[in-house]
Write a protein that binds this ligand. Sequence first.
Ligand code: BTN
Length: 252
Amino acid sequence: MTVPIKPAVQTCFGCPTVRVVELESTNDLARALARAGVREGAVVVAERQTRGRGRMGRPWASPAGGLWCSLLLRPVRDDGWGLLSLAGALAAAEAIEEVAGLSPGVRWPNDLLVAGRKVAGILIEAAAGAAVVGIGINANVKADDLPAEVAARAGSLHRIAGRPVSVELLLRALLARWAVWYDAWSAADLRLIRAWSGRDLTRGERVRIAVAGAALEGTADGVDQDGALRLREADGTLRRIIAGDLLEVSEP
Ligand code: BTN
């Protein structure tokens, strides 16, 4: 792979920041901005989303109290999108660490968990030659404001840390950490994989993964340099999963 030349001027993430009280999805507005030719670095933040979406077309409950935002990118690389989402997970994990004092682990490809509960997720979408990174962090959402099946698996930083978490400080920290990891991604810097691996919760665990309509089982064996999950099957075969959905994790 050729290492792209880094732009001389670093993008300012959050320039501009478009703040909305309520919309369907920040990713939709960021994609519309991309189509309108808005430059890299624009960020859309909403207090609430009425049709927030997650990976695999799932709904993403987004009541008041969370950080729901989307970043507009015009990447120098047209490959490596799997790694780009790992960069988003890392930036979110470090922002949570800085602001809430909690240390999230990552579950491939980009769920963030604290104390076994999902506290954040990342959704990357293409938009007219640009990319949009949607990041949702459950900062202070009350369990009562979430559908029961979501509340059973999700956790709020407020509840886990035992104190409210400033969404504004979280956004600021997120954009600062994102700038660092986006830069690393743009330069194909392997520190990105190392940092992600340091938080990997699934390595060595038995997992079941949905891939193109089939379910594969095996032991998670970390991620490759391109962000693909390494899955060791019972007969020793090593599979590389570039895109899939982790259905289940169980003790080895
Ligand atoms: C996932 O874990 O499935 C990804 C969730 C991504 C949610 C964020 S919230 C901000 C942005 N807007 C959306 O509609 N989705 C992403």
